[in-house]
Design a protein around this ligand. Structure first.
Ligand SMILES: [Zn+2]
Length: 234
């Protein structure tokens, strides 16, 4: 258990590298060189690079430039560790969860969804639930029409590509649960930003994180609860 947790922290540290290097064009490619501070580019010693622990010991600041280290780093490490402990017996679920983490934070921070993660989800979806292809296709068409009507300002094309594998994973009626959950949380968050004047009406927010939370919620929901929610589904 402790071993799994520590392994999870290390994988989380790797996911952080992916989130940065897959999305930031200025970042070095992930197979090049050693870890560096994204702010001052100073290369990091092993003691600056221990997942979670370094963040705590350095008080959340870079040892060299003293700029704040983004909370994303410990958060992704901790989340990955918890997920690794919970899903250790199921490799496919674990892989899916890692993709979810990468997509969530990539879209949240950079407004991008890396194709690599979507592709892995697509392969998992085809492998597990290819017979949900029609659901995936319908969901894709819904988002594609939103994308075309808003001329790409409402949602990004990354979201359109992502929805097909999510549809495969979810199937009917969980895809609807996902849409409900994503719109309630996305709408609530948008309202929250409007009230706080952090955003203006008409500004866009990243949809990907809400698609991911919605999918996790829909996957976790029990079938018995689902049958009690029948009235939600026309
Ligand atoms: Zn630095």
């Amino acid at each position: 258990m402790l071993f799994l947790f520590i392994l999870g922290l290390c994988i989380g540290s790797f996911l952080n590298v992916l989130i940065w290097r897959l999305n930031d064009e200025k970042a070095p490619k992930f197979w090049q060189g050693r870890s560096i501070c994204p702010k001052c580019k100073h290369s990091l010693a092993w003691k600056d690079n221990i997942p979670l622990l370094s963040f705590i010991l350095l008080n959340g600041r870079c040892r060299y430039c003293h700029k704040k280290i983004s909370l994303q780093y410990p958060l992704v490490e901790l989340l990955t560790a918890v997920v690794t402990v919970l899903l250790a017996t199921n490799f496919i679920s674990l892989l899916t969860a890692y993709c979810f983490i990468v997509i969530f934070f990539s879209d949240w921070i950079y407004g991008l969804i890396p194709d690599e993660a979507t592709l892995i989800l697509l392969i998992v979806g085809i492998f597990l639930n290819w017979n949900n292809w029609l659901i995936g296709l319908l969901a894709l068409l819904v988002l594609l029409s939103v994308f075309l009507v808003t001329r790409g300002r409402g949602i990004g094309f990354g979201d359109v590509k992502l929805i097909f594998p999510l549809g495969l994973l979810l199937g009917w009626p969980k895809i609807l649960v996902m849409f409900y959950a994503a719109s309630i949380m996305g709408g609530g968050y948008a309202l929250f930003l409007l009230v706080l004047h952090r955003k203006k009406f008409g500004d866009t927010i990243a949809l990907g994180p809400f698609l991911i939370i919605g999918t996790v919620a829909a996957l976790c929901i029990k079938d018995s609860l689902l049958s009690n929610l029948w009235w939600l589904f026309p």
